[in-house]
Structures are given as structure tokens and as C-alpha cells.
Design a protein around this ligand. Structure first.
Ligand SMILES: [Zn+2]
Length: 75
């Protein structure tokens, strides 16, 4: 049974974990969205796994689409 779902905010793209619920509120922009299949990027029955994946997604997003900082090109 998959109860931990990672969703992406349709407005700002922020990721967060939701459990079984009909709507969710974005921590970043405050947008309240209906939980629907196209917003779900990952789901698991393990909270640990879901949190690990969430950290990964956030890291990837920061690397690819984040604002250019002085750290860019450091490697
Ligand atoms: Zn948002």
C-alpha cells in the first residue's frame, strides 16, 4: 500500500510529501492544490524512502533549474 506520495506544486514546482489526502498546500508558495495523478512524481509505503527521494529531487532541482550562484562552476 503506497501512502507516502511526493507531489510537485503546479505553481512553483516545489516538492513535498503527502499522505492520503485530497488536497495539499505548498510550503513554498502557499498554493492549495488538489492531489491528482499528474502531480505525483513518486510514491512509497516507506516514509524513509520517500524522504530520501524528496531530498534527491530537491537537490536535482537546485542543480538544474536553480538560480545561478557563485558556487556554479566550482567543480
Ligand atoms: Zn508552490
Amino acid at each position: 500500500m503506497r501512502i507516502y506520495t511526493i507531489v510537485s506544486c503546479p505553481k512553483c514546482g516545489e516538492y513535498r510529501i503527502v499522505k492520503r489526502q485530497k488536497t495539499f498546500k505548498c510550503f513554498s508558495c502557499g498554493e492549495i492544490s488538489t492531489l491528482r495523478a499528474e502531480l505525483a512524481v513518486f510514491s512509497s509505503d516507506s516514509a524513509v524512502e520517500a524522504m530520501r527521494k524528496l531530498a534527491n529531487l530537491k537537490l536535482m532541482r537546485r542543480r538544474s533549474g536553480g538560480p545561478v550562484t557563485s558556487l556554479s562552476g566550482a567543480r
